[in-house]
Design a protein around this ligand. Structure first.
Ligand SMILES: Nc1nc2c(ncn2[C@@H]2O[C@H](COP(=O)(O)OP(=O)(O)OP(=O)(O)O)[C@@H](O)[C@H]2O)c(=O)[nH]1
Ligand SMILES: [Mg+2]
Length: 293
């Protein structure tokens, strides 16, 4: 019998490259929030992949983007932590975007690790362009073990990617018991579902300046009552979240409830309010508390 292999793959990359889309696809679960706006993910999020003689713990991370703001610094910290924790580092690149000189810093962070680069969103560009990009990158970063073109949206190249992981995974017992798919509390996932709907429905700076808190979940046998609120910085943002005659919060609430019901496999009553805290992004402790579990 083949020996069991188990280990951690940390998925890193610039914002909006498709890291969360990929972890959701591989783990076949809606583990992480996805939107078309950069900087959707704010935490390190774990998802477990189990097959025959393999268990892989995937870590999704916030997009790597330097900034002096507290929240962004906390986000970068968790990405850096994930690099330290990974047996394998998967750097995800958006095939449709140019590689910039400052991106070199990110490539250097994976030097000395078992690193694989996946070129994502290949459904959007020509094959010849992908090959050119791989040639260029493999010349410049010869320490990278392999380059795999993928489409996380259209499920292309994923089997090959898993095969590459298998090469470099250590021989080890299962790291997580069966039936456990994540290490985060249910409340965190529910807050992420609501945050995803905020990112999908709102524009400009508003999504970036909100957080979601799940205060309480009450199990009433046939229905779970969830008390939650969206934290905003100003009455102006509160108004935008509420929308005309409350239409926006209603939409966010309806879309969230649907996904939360699927996630919990149970009927849900979602009580969603808005609270103003004009300090939440200005004080380090608050930014940390509202963004971590
Ligand atoms: N066309 C195409 N779009 C993709 C692909 N993968 C992801 N996307 C889209 O890219 C956008 C960003 O995806 P996310 O998974 O949220 O990206 P991320 O890297 O997690 O972003 P951050 O959390 O902000 O760092 C979404 O609109 C996805 O639907 C792909 O393979 N092809
Ligand atoms: Mg993400």
């Amino acid at each position: 019998m083949q020996e069991f292999k188990s280990g951690t793959v940390s998925i890193i990359g610039k914002p909006n490259t498709g890291k969360s889309t990929l972890i959701n696809l591989i783990t076949d679960r809606r583990i992480s929030a996805v939107s078309d706006k950069p900087n959707t993910t704010r935490n390190k999020i774990l998802g477990v992949y189990n097959r025959d003689n393999t268990q892989i713990l995937f870590l999704d991370t916030p997009g790597f983007q330097k900034s002096k703001k507290f929240l962004n610094r906390i986000m970068i910290q968790s990405s850096m932590q994930a690099i330290g924790e990974g047996d394998i580092i998967l750097l995800l690149i958006d095939a449709t975007k140019k590689i910039l000189p400052e991106d070199d810093e990110l490539f250097r962070k994976i030097e000395g690790k078992n690193s694989i680069i996946a070129i994502n969103k290949i459904d959007l560009i020509k094959k010849s362009k992908i090959l050119n990009l791989i040639n260029k990158l493999s010349n410049e970063y010869s320490f990278v073990k392999s380059f795999v073109p993928i489409s996380a949206l259209e499920n292309q190249g994923i089997d090959l990617l898993i095969k590459e992981f298998m090469e470099y995974l250590p021989h080890s017992q299962k790291l997580m018991p069966d039936g456990i798919y994540t290490d985060q509390a249910e409340k965190f996932y529910i807050s992420e579902i609501i945050r995803e709907k905020i990112y999908i429905n709102l524009f400009k700076e508003v999504p970036y300046r909100t957080a979601v808190v799940i205060e309480e979940m009450i199990d009433k046998k046939k229905i779970i009552v969830i008390q939650s609120y969206i934290v905003v910085e100003s009455s102006q943002h509160k108004q935008i979240i509420l929308g005309k005659k409350g239409s926006m919060i209603k939409k966010i609430g309806l879309e969230s409830r649907k996904d939360i019901q699927d996630f919990l496999n149970c009927k849900v009553y979602l009580d969603l309010r808005v609270k103003i805290d004009n300090q939440w992004l200005k004080t380090k402790d608050k930014a940390f508390n509202y963004s971590s579990i």
